[in-house]
Design a protein around this ligand. Structure first.
Ligand SMILES: [Zn+2]
Ligand SMILES: [Zn+2]
Length: 259
């Protein structure tokens, strides 16, 4: 089984189960490495309903340290899922300096300038063409990547509507995003959470695999588990698809340090 580099804990207020149950599930599946990557706290109580508070970060890391001692049979990394949002760069930089996470995975859940709390995957702009909406998202992704603050891009095409794949609607921009990922030596996560949602696809869609191979961008696997039983979710399915792309590399923290 591949390593699972995207796991939440109940500190984010929308995940279930005890943190050790996620580890035990991974051990049961014989997953060699996992990374906890809970949602980072953001300034000004931004989206505070779906993330821990700043004063909980130390306890979060201490919890992970305790698990490491308790479960030596598995490698456990202390990561963070950090939202890129225009204006928060300085905050992220300082927080990363202070807490020195093993890995930072970047997501864009919100876009500056959009109506407040308009999640990228449930946008409502009845009068805007889809390619413009996607463009806002892809440009935000690109700005985030170009900060150089992050190791992995998670759920790359989170915004997608199943009727309009990003690759069809905004191909040039998407290729440009891939170039930026490469330039910053980042990895792209294959996030399986979409397979348990209505969209029923990974993020990104597996039709991006030939491009990842062509651009020589390494990948990671992420279940985005918000429940212990979701650890390693559908990894076999993704591995099967990947068998057609033998040149795609896996990025791991231990062997192939993500910068
Ligand atoms: Zn979450
Ligand atoms: Zn997540």
């Amino acid at each position: 089984m591949k390593s699972d580099y995207h796991i939440h804990t109940k500190r984010c207020k929308h995940a279930e189960g005890e943190i050790h149950q996620y580890v035990e599930k991974a051990i049961q599946l014989e997953i060699p490495e996992i990374a906890f990557t809970d949602h980072i706290p953001l300034p000004h109580q931004f989206d505070a309903a779906h993330r821990m508070a700043l004063n909980e970060l130390e306890d979060y890391l201490n919890d992970i340290e305790r698990l490491r001692l308790h479960y030596p049979e598995i490698t456990i990394h202390a990561g963070i899922e950090a939202d890129y949002y225009d204006g928060f760069e300085e905050f992220l930089y300082r927080t990363f300096q202070q807490f020195n996470f093993d890995m930072t995975i970047m997501s864009v859940h919100f876009i500056k300038g959009w109506p407040k709390h308009n999640w990228v995957f449930s946008y409502y702009f009845p009068n805007r063409p889809i390619h413009e909406i996607y463009s806002d998202y892809l440009q935000a992704l690109k700005r985030g990547i170009n900060t150089g603050l992050f190791n992995i891009v998670c759920h790359l095409d989170l915004i997608k509507d199943e009727a309009f794949p990003l690759l069809d609607a905004n191909k040039t921009e998407l290729l440009n995003v891939l170039e930026c990922v490469k330039k910053h030596s980042m990895a792209i996560e294959i996030n399986t959470s979409g397979l348990r949602k209505e969209i029923k696809e990974t993020y990104p869609n597996l039709n991006l695999l030939p491009l990842l191979e062509e651009y020589k961008i390494p990948i990671t696997f992420g279940s985005d588990a918000h429940k212990p039983e979701q650890v390693g979710f559908q990894f076999e399915y993704v591995e099967k698809a990947l068998s057609n792309y033998p040149n795609i590399r896996y990025a791991t923290i231990t062997e192939d340090v993500l910068k």
